[in-house]
Design a protein around this ligand. Sequence first.
Ligand SMILES: Nc1ncnc2c1ncn2[C@@H]1O[C@H](COP(=O)(O)OP(=O)(O)O)[C@@H](O)[C@H]1O
Ligand SMILES: [Mg+2]
Length: 242
Amino acid sequence: MLNMNNISRIYRTDTIQTHALRDFSLAVAQGEFVAVTGPSGSGKSTFLNVAGLLDNFDQGEYQLDGVSVKGLKDDELSRLRNEKIGFIFQNYNLIPDYSIFDNVDMPLRYRGFNGAERKRRVEQALEKVGLASRLDYLPSQLSGGQQQRVAIARALAGEPKILLADEPTGNLDSLMARQVMELLHKLNEEGTTIIMVTHDPDQAREVKRNVQVIDGQISDFSIYAPLQPQTSADEKQELSHA
Ligand SMILES: Nc1ncnc2c1ncn2[C@@H]1O[C@H](COP(=O)(O)OP(=O)(O)O)[C@@H](O)[C@H]1O
Ligand SMILES: [Mg+2]
């Protein structure tokens, strides 16, 4: 489903180069649920953004669902992204003055589906996350957990092959986080491949596979391995200069 080989992503400014990913390799098969943990600044979001075709990379090979991504033009990348990928972010990224229906509908408009098809998909997706009765609400009229479920519905309405979630419960209290996790488990059981960045070791333990990102590199380890607290690259540098 997703195959990355020796990916490098370097951010350059006038004064500093940051190797956000270095020789990063990961293969994720269809149907997996992968939790990605690691210290702040280790490259987790960069990995998800590259995986989701929101960011490019400097070196390496990346195949998404059998398509080699290297050398694709911007419009080809957006088409591939819209067709295959659903994103869930920590802060929901809903449009505040759009109704729940319109928020979920928006990416479908971009893809040019007709009105009937869009309506079917929006209602089905909101049904799946348990919010079919809230079509006309505004995001501000919902709780954080409900808003994140709307964001999940928006991702699902595109019928993606793979869901990429960056700390999806990071802004939620534990009860709402639980609801979102249950929903992700249900979607995975129905066949959606999921890669989720999380800071929560308990969440990482409850999914099928764990990988850790440290200093822009992956270390893959088996489920139920104890998670060690780690120092970020920046902190390490500060320590070694102290
Ligand atoms: N757009 C950017 N420009 C410059 N540096 C960046 C950019 N995005 C991320 N970085 C740097 O790349 C490293 C990895 O960042 P990130 O992937 O956001 O880490 P994480 O999500 O694990 O906290 C950090 O050192 C960060 O400062
Ligand atoms: Mg991050």
